[in-house]
Design a protein around this ligand. Structure first.
Ligand SMILES: CC(C)(COP(=O)(O)OP(=O)(O)OC[C@H]1O[C@@H](n2cnc3c(N)ncnc32)[C@H](O)[C@@H]1OP(=O)(O)O)[C@@H](O)C(=O)NCCC(=O)NCCS
Length: 261
């Protein structure tokens, strides 16, 4: 069984004309049109990078903050979510948590609110968020899932940047789910990634129990590495660059937040 964990730092990627036009040639026409319609360059870039990362495995993508990530797995369901720890845009942390009350259980709120400083509580919040979303994405449901049915129990060891934690347990409808494994990592101090790995499917002969799988670390790829195995599907379209270079990077408020932190 194989595993792939890739990350690409789209926040600091400033593609030149030839890279952008080559990337556009390697994606499906509908994707190219969808990406062309983004108002802001940061959204167009993260969508472009996600579209480049197409594999013939079970895979899932996430893009938020400065990164796009991909997790691919043979023989089991996979879901991935990345969350950047950032101050809420228009309310205090307390008010933000109040609005989000129903997304987490009493046990999870207790873990979040006992994490320490306001920033540490926000980090714990986004860690739980990434875990929950990774599961939702692995099972392929969206807004219809009652998030109170899933509860995460974190180990006492801290999550640090140098390794992948896989001891976090999930309870579904108050029962511990032993067949699910969650790999948690920090791409940098502010970006939490959670990968949810479901039970092995029947197509894989003699699967190992997921708890025995070595957790896989994320490899941060350069644009060249990402594009290396891509083959152009369409001809070069110079107007696609003309339209991209006119886009503002991000809405003004996000740019202000970014430069002031
Ligand atoms: C649909 C949803 C799963 C997408 O996740 P997101 O955090 O907005 O965005 P991400 O960047 O992590 O993932 C987006 C990618 O996931 C994939 N995706 C979209 N819907 C999906 C689904 N239902 N299941 C699995 N993967 C999905 C796509 O590849 C998408 O890429 P694209 O936007 O380039 O097309 C999510 O928004 C959702 O509906 N969540 C509902 C549960 C909730 O309220 N969670 C709060 C957590 S506490």
């Amino acid at each position: 069984m194989g595993s792939v964990r890739w990350a690409f730092r789209c926040g600091s990627w400033t593609p030149g004309r030839s890279d952008w036009l080559f990337a556009a040639r390697c994606i499906q026409r509908e994707e190219k049109d969808r990406i062309g319609q983004f108002v802001f360059a940061k959204d167009a870039k993260s969508a472009m990078v996600s579209s480049e990362s197409d594999l013939a495995w079970s895979f899932n993508l996430s893009h938020q903050g400065d990164y796009a990530v991909l997790a691919a797995e043979q023989g089991r369901q996979v879901g991935v979510d990345i969350m950047k720890t950032a101050m809420p845009g228009c309310s205090s942390v307390l008010e933000f948590f109040r609005i989000m009350t129903r997304q987490f259980t009493a046990h999870e709120w207790s873990a979040i609110q006992s994490a320490g400083s306001e920033h540490q509580q926000l980090a714990a919040f986004y860690r739980h968020w990434a875990l929950k979303e990774s599961f939702i994405k692995a099972i392929g449901t969206g807004l219809g899932f009652n998030l109170q049915r899933v509860e995460f129990h974190l180990p006492s060891e801290p999550l640090t940047q140098d390794r992948v934690l896989h001891q976090t347990k999930m309870h579904l409808d108050e029962e511990e789910e032993e067949d699910w494994v969650f790999e948690e990592s920090l791409l940098d101090a502010d970006h939490h990634v959670a990968v949810a790995l479901g039970p092995a499917d029947n197509t894989c002969p003699a699967p190992r129990p997921p708890s025995l799988l070595p957790p896989t670390t994320f490899t941060v790829l350069s644009f060249r590495e990402l594009i290396d195995s891509a083959s152009p599907l369409t001809d070069e379209d110079p107007t696609y660059w003309d339209s991209f270079k006119m886009k503002a990077e991000a809405p003004q408020r996000q740019k202000d937040t970014h430069t002031s932190t």
